[in-house]
Ligand binder design. Sequence first.
Ligand SMILES: Cc1cc2nc3c(=O)[nH]c(=O)nc-3n(C[C@H](O)[C@H](O)[C@H](O)COP(=O)(O)OP(=O)(O)OC[C@H]3O[C@@H](n4cnc5c(N)ncnc54)[C@H](O)[C@@H]3O)c2cc1C
Ligand code: SF4
Ligand code: SF4
Length: 655
Amino acid sequence: MLACSAGAARVYEVRGPDFNYWRAQIKCQAGCPVHTDARGYVRAIAAGQDELAYLIARGPNPLASICGRVCGAVCETQCRRGDLDQAIAIRALKRFVCDRFGPEARTDGGRTLVEFIKTAARRHLPRQCQDQEELLPLLQALTAGSIPQVKGKSVGVIGSGPAGLAAAHDLALLGLAVTIYEMESIVGGMLAVGIPHYRLPRDLIRAEVEAILALGVTAVTECCVGRDVSLSELRQRHDAVVIAVGAKRSRRPAYPGADAEGVYGGVEFLREVALGTSPRLGRRVIVVGGGDAAMDAARTALRVPSPQDDTGGEPGEQHLAMDAARTASRLGGREIHVVYRRSRAEMPAVETEIEEAHEEGIQFQLLANPVRIEKNERGEVRGMWCEKMQLGQPDASGRREPVPIEGSEYFTACDNVVLAIGQTFDLTFIDPRRDGLGLTKDGRIDCDAKTGITSAPDVFVAGDLAYGPKLLIHAVASGKAVVRAIYRHMTGRAIRAADLELHFPVPDYTREAAYEKRRRVEPSTVSVAERLREQNRPVEQGFAPEQARAEAARCLDCGVNTIFDGERCILCGGCVDVCPQTCLRIVTPDQLEGSAELQATVDRRLDRFPRDQASAIIKDETVCIRCGLCAERCPVGAITMERFLFEEQPVCQAV
Ligand SMILES: Cc1cc2nc3c(=O)[nH]c(=O)nc-3n(C[C@H](O)[C@H](O)[C@H](O)COP(=O)(O)OP(=O)(O)OC[C@H]3O[C@@H](n4cnc5c(N)ncnc54)[C@H](O)[C@@H]3O)c2cc1C
Ligand code: SF4
Ligand code: SF4
């Protein structure tokens, strides 16, 4: 079979499929930084196999339940169904199975999760599309001794965000003694002190952390490296140190007035609210920025009690439950404005976050750029001056650059400004010369972003600090990658993947009725009144079983492929006619354009056959919905629906 993308008239750019091609077809898995087999768990949910779906989702990801709530979901951005109409709601489906089988659903708070995974795995057939990152093959390799555990060595991990937690999880599995050093009083990094409660419940974070600590990991909280212990001391104490301290500071702007009383950095503001020490906010708050942190800051500012709500109870109680009267006052009580310099189309925040902010009454001043913050005589914020912008040519990021409109300055009175315009790093605990570490221009530790290896052989970097702020799943992937580098450093052996590729026909291939016409099922949300009555009330609700099955049934199952047998084909054109997506074409060899290797394959296949009498079937893979109608129609059985499987077994090799 030849795969193609349509090119200029009558000539088609074509490539022949190979292992990488088949893997890339499963776009959700290929896009996920830890290569979660989203296709696998979505199809398992469609088949009602929820326990199996959980095992697949948890496979490479020790923070699967947290991801089910707030993951930036690169898999959904990549999903092939999204190219056709709407992506599969993969994250919400993950939440559906985590709600049932994850640590948060267990009465022991997650302490026996890994034991449960081992036992439950025996109830299911071997997995498909299994990446080497997965837990079960690693556990099997450790049990069989093909990956020897490292005994008698320890690792110190600075920072308990997703990168530090993922690293601690895999390090503990590999037999290392792990201690996490965390400056805050709680574990979780930005999950616990950045992402608001209403998106990510704290008991869920605790349960997922508990499952990691149960592997023998020690977490020392309220221990700030640089204040309570030095990096040098940790290097003496441990055989290796992972620095996973994230990007904990808000970027500050250069315009006048940014030092006024009542101006907060977005990250600092969210941290204070999360720790129950919220700054006092006035009647009108301006949040500057268009990313997820800005949406979190704006929606959190709406939920923080007003000074007049303060009836004297314990601060924690005030944050937990608001009575109806307070809610009513707050609904009309505080005005939140988001100021963003581009238009809504360019806003980097997740679409649902923007929509929910709109629903909650947050006002957007788009194409507006702050020029200065005005103070009153006490040095407090009085308001903000902005200039109007218009969009010019695309800049380096590919987005159209905002250009100021001359003479368009305007003033908005406000009591507070929250600046959510980016994050930077705090590495004051590092002395580059003393520690033998280099720093980059943007203030990170110089390292290989993929492996976390630095210029000091026993120091590794993971998470946002390794590559700049991204998503939590990138931090998880980075934490896992660093563990491979540490294992190699300590043992002189590398954990690699041994690939196994399989294709087998699916003779009874069927699809759910009208799966290709169904609209995406969105998880429901609680009403705005309910959200604001209780500050921490989770906004998004989980799928009911029938909703989950309906949504999972929309998945195109991109691991199934149409395989054409040129020897059998009689060129009747039946497949071309029946295909609802018009993705098949019968063309002449001269219409094919591709690599020298492809041309050589075509020449070999044609041999001495006259070129002007030969034909080829090509397929536009991007629009195929795996309906199987072509295989059904073919009168000579020249087309089969074949499932592509691969397994990457982790193996240990000397380097
Ligand atoms: C407001 C906000 C909302 C976000 N929302 C999402 C989202 O919805 N989905 C998503 O996928 N991603 C989201 N992200 C991004 C995601 O949270 C980060 O990419 C991720 O947390 C980075 O992980 P990390 O482990 O590298 O660092 P962090 O999570 O920042 O953890 C670093 C840890 O190190 C600790 N630390 C720092 N310095 C020291 C020191 N000197 N000594 C000891 N400990 C120290 C910190 O206290 C912190 O606990 C969001 C980020 C922010 C700021
Ligand atoms: S349609 Fe299904 S298999 Fe294909 S990319 Fe989307 S979730 Fe993955
Ligand atoms: S599986 Fe369906 S969409 Fe894909 S080529 Fe065959 S008929 Fe067309």
